[in-house]
Ligand binder design. Structure first.
Ligand code: DGL
Length: 275
């Protein structure tokens, strides 16, 4: 068992930039926490890969963060949370928080007409991660799911206000609008990057659920509960790691987080696999 202290960093990982939507929430809610982020940009997307491949990648990502002596890992990826969370919890003796349960609870607290839409990667939707969790928490809700895989490369490219993105969103979301859902779970951490367009297409009366916000609230409760919330303001610099060239990640990440990233480094994922 690792020895934890309050000042140890929080590890966060995703297949690419999506997890930054969770980082942004954590930084605003828990400003005294130090973050170590890993985006597996060399192997994104995860959402169209098999469960066994995602489990393998997730173990390597978590291993990298674990070796940095983090006190907690946030799996800032719905795809990994859908298929690999139990496996990761078996492999690593530190707390691991995923996206699905917090996002499902948050959606249930917001819906009024009991009609909830869920969008995510092929993997998250095919594994019915949200619908199973939502049904388990409240058998009365109606759930309508839709895979929107093209949103991931659009977010990675930073195409947040393009006509093409709006057209794709209209095509994907049409059937959810017809179902008259009042709540839409953004069940992929890349999707909040496209919030503006998604909200425009869905209309102002539909509540968008950002699973990152829900997870950040859970992390806050969890750290308070076990007395591991950092109360020191001497946190040092956040660290960002990627598995491919950092230049594009840096541009999009800085624009999205609204700050410059001092420490961003490419790591050799093969080294982690071998170590
Ligand atoms: N951001 C991820 C998710 O929340 C994965 C996107 C992908 O790699 O396909 O599902």
């Amino acid at each position: 068992m690792q020895f934890f202290n309050k000042t140890a960093p929080i590890g966060i990982f995703d297949s690419g930039i999506g997890g930054l939507t969770v980082v942004k929430k954590i930084l605003s809610m828990l400003p005294n926490e130090k973050i170590i982020y890993f985006g597996d940009t060399a192997r994104v997307p995860y959402g169209s890969k098999s469960n066994s491949t995602v489990i393998e990648y997730a173990n390597q990502d978590a291993k990298f963060l674990y070796k940095k002596n983090v006190k907690l890992i946030i799996v800032a990826c719905n795809t990994v949370s859908s298929v690999a969370l139990d496996n990761l919890r078996e492999q690593f003796d530190i707390p691991i928080i995923g996206m699905i349960e917090p996002g499902a609870k948050y959606a249930l607290s917001k819906t009024k007409n009991g009609k909830i839409g869920v969008i995510g990667t092929h993997s998250t939707i095919n594994n019915q991660a949200y619908s199973k969790k939502l049904k388990q928490l409240n058998g009365d809700v109606e759930i309508f799911e839709k895979a929107c895989p093209l949103f991931v490369p659009l977010a990675e490219e930073g195409w947040i206000d393009r006509k093409a993105t709006k057209l794709i969103a209209e095509e994907y979301l049409e059937e959810l609008i017809e179902r008259e859902i009042d709540t839409l779970v953004l069940g992929c951490t890349h999707y909040p990057v496209l919030t503006e367009i998604i909200q425009k297409v869905m209309g102002p009366e539909v509540t968008l659920i950002d699973s990152g916000t829900a997870a950040a609230l859970e992390v806050e409760d969890y750290l308070n509960g076990i007395g591991l919330r950092n109360d020191s303001s001497q946190i040092g610099k956040h660290q960002y790691y990627v598995s491919d060239l950092p230049s594009k990640f840096k541009i999009i990440a800085e624009r999205f987080l609204g700050t410059t990233l001092d420490h961003i480094e490419k790591i050799d994922i093969d080294q982690i696999i071998k170590s």
